[in-house]
Design a protein around this ligand. Sequence first.
Ligand code: DHB
Ligand code: FE
Length: 285
Amino acid sequence: MAKITASVYTSHIPAIGAALDLGKTQEDYWKPVFAGYDFSKQWMKDNTPDVIFLVFNDHATAFSLEMIPTFAIGTAAEYQIADEGWGPRPVPKVIGHPELASHIAQSVIQDDFDLTIVNKMDVDHGLTVPLSLMCGQPPVSNFAWPCPVIPFAVNVVQYPVPSGMRCYKLGQAIRKAVESYDQDLNVQIWGTGGMSHQLQGPRAGLINKKFDSDFLDKLIADPLAQASVPHIDYVREAGSEGIELVMWLIARGAMSTKPPKLAHRFYHVPASNTAVGHAILENQF
Ligand code: DHB
Ligand code: FE
């Protein structure tokens, strides 16, 4: 049977993608950000899964305000890299896993979660920046991500957004779905976005280190308590875009109820307008 081996949590700041693509990673400003992922890149090489289930948010790139699915699962064979205004990032296209994605859709929808099925979607920085941070830039000789990816888009851009508790419970349904797939696949689930940040209005530039640190503590050790935090607290404490953090609860909900092993934890301010947060949790079998 398939199993979820680990979960990865990381910010998806678009300027990180630009710094990578423009060869700026060794500049003083960016060095400490990328240093936080040195461990992670090696860990990814040592623990390459068969599939990544990647929870992210689309930033009005593939979905416009004309159509806003709360939860959308990618069941396509492949996904092109979106052009967000400066041309597509020079990274490999994303290869999907239609069989596992369709199985998860079947199981999770029958478990009472409404998912939108997406058979065509260009993926933006919300998905490509986490892949770049964790996998590095694939070599020209083998220009591909290390494994297939199932993109799972969550609406955290246009209100109303899903609650942390719904995200956590959805994660539990995703674990059940993965564990009922009849092939021996190692699956990682990634929760991306955050941490505290606000890109607009009078509070633009808001960062809340205390909130972020408490969020990471609870995410790791008491995720149900974090899942009980209402969305308005994120907006108030972590800024309007801090709400992206509810996506981390989907990944956490998909982990075993047995306490996971904390393989890595990293936090750094600033990167662009946000705090960079990152953690890796391994399931203990
Ligand atoms: C920034 C962060 C985001 O999460 C995003 O989607 C866009 C911009 C920023 O820090 O600039
Ligand atoms: Fe974002």
